[in-house]
Design a protein around this ligand. Structure first.
Ligand SMILES: O=C(O)CCC(=O)C(=O)O
Ligand SMILES: [Fe+2]
Length: 378
């Protein structure tokens, strides 16, 4: 124990003795209120000095049915990891297109490796986001209207008002040249680094969508119109005092066509399969691909958009970069004609993406803001 730690420890004990002092209440409440918005140095000094383990503040307590139950379950090894550089999928002898098709039907999830996105691009993006989320001035800009081109929040709420354990940064990425100047300019490299990342995501998502076209028997380029708009949603989940009582993100499905998630080496994503939450592993340098609601519709239900959520870690900070690949707002989304026939009638009504977004509050509390931004950008 260093002398500073000993001092802080004694200080904690004294405050515990004189419970009624205002200082004690301040430090005690700060320890209790440990959350993504509380400064990390304060958290660390309290965690090392305070004799009691900091508790999760009640604002983060989820109702019983929303809490994660299976934190110690192993990673599910049947969600396919597909090697895009090889003709066959990892751990199997089937072709990547076939593997993508199978995974999209069974899990609504798969991971890709050897995807061609240079490691420097993903590492730079993770680093610049880490800098963004650690900016000391960030709390003052908790919510920024879309006229500035981005939304940062650490206050997502559940339906019954519990606070989720994450900070989130969202912005549009299409048309890229117009959007990029509206993104955060602190850290100074943010715009350049994230624009380079998005260019790679555009290439990779088009490539995966072409493979899906092939697998579903759709003509090449079928998803060109429905995959035009990228929306970046970056998440920051600091270490949490009690992961069994809260979540980073509640169970949800993505309103996108597909979503590509980069999660570095930090697990936390879980998918619901046959009524059980399964852990999606963190595979080094992989992208998680998640089938969104629009692809479920276009595939006429052949593919499933699955519930997923994020559990927190008691030890490490997790950053994830989700890029939602979406149709433009005025695009009509409907089952592909070639997938509809007498034996498989259409299971979904055609409707404008705008209507879908609005009806499902697709982007959470900020749906209207993002919808407005999409209109003024396009
Ligand atoms: O953090 C993650 O791994 C997933 C995030 C997610 O599901 C989302 O942003 O929609
Ligand atoms: Fe999601």
């Amino acid at each position: 124990m260093s002398s500073i730690q000993i001092l802080l420890f004694v200080f904690g004990l004294l405050m515990f003795k004189y419970k009624k002092s205002r200082m004690h209440r301040f430090v005690f409440l700060s320890a209790m209120a440990e959350g993504p918005h509380v400064a990390i140095p304060l958290r660390l000094s309290i965690a090392t000095a305070w004799p009691l383990k900091p508790k999760l503040h009640r604002v983060y307590l989820l109702i019983q049915e929303d809490r994660p139950q299976n934190l110690d379950d192993p990673v599910c090894d049947s969600i396919p990891v597909i090697d895009l550089a090889k003709p066959t999928a990892v751990h199997s002898h089937i072709q990547p297109v076939e593997a993508i098709l199978k995974a999209s039907k069974e899990f609504g999830f798969f991971q890709v490796i050897n995807h061609g996105v240079p490691e420097k691009i993903t590492t730079d993006a993770m680093n610049v986001l880490k800098e963004f989320f650690n900016l000391p001035s960030k709390e003052a800009i908790e919510y920024v209207p879309h006229t500035k081109g981005w939304i940062h929040t650490s206050s997502d709420y559940t339906k019954v008002g519990a606070h989720l354990w994450r900070e989130n940064l969202k912005h549009l990425c299409y048309p890229l040249e117009e959007c990029v100047q509206l993104w955060p300019n602190k850290p100074a490299r943010y715009q350049e680094v994230i624009a380079a990342y998005i260019l790679e995501i555009q290439k990779l998502s088009s490539r995966i969508l072409e493979m899906i076209c092939e697998g579903l028997g759709l003509e090449p380029g079928y998803f060109k119109d429905t995959s035009e708009v990228q929306l970046l949603s970056s998440n920051f989940y600091p270490p949490c005092p009690d992961p069994s009582l809260t979540l980073g993100i509640l169970a949800h499905q993505d309103p996108s066509l597909i979503t590509l998630v980069y999660q570095g080496n930090s697990p936390g994503l879980q998918a619901l399969k046959d009524g059980h939450w399964i852990n999606v592993g963190a595979v080094p340098n992989a992208f998680v691909v998640n089938i969104g609601n629009q692809l479920e519709i276009i595939s006429n239900g052949k593919f499933r958009s699955m519930d997923h959520r994020v559990v927190t870690s008691p030890h490490e900070t997790r950053i994830s970069i989700a890029t939602l690949v979406n149709p433009p707002l005025d695009c009509i989304v409907e089952p592909a004609k070639v997938l509809v026939n007498e034996s498989e009638p259409s299971r979904y009504q055609a409707r404008q993406y705008k209507e879908y977004v609005h009806h499902n509050k697709a982007f959470g509390d900020h749906t209207v803001t993002i919808q407005n931004a999409m209109i003024s950008e396009s």
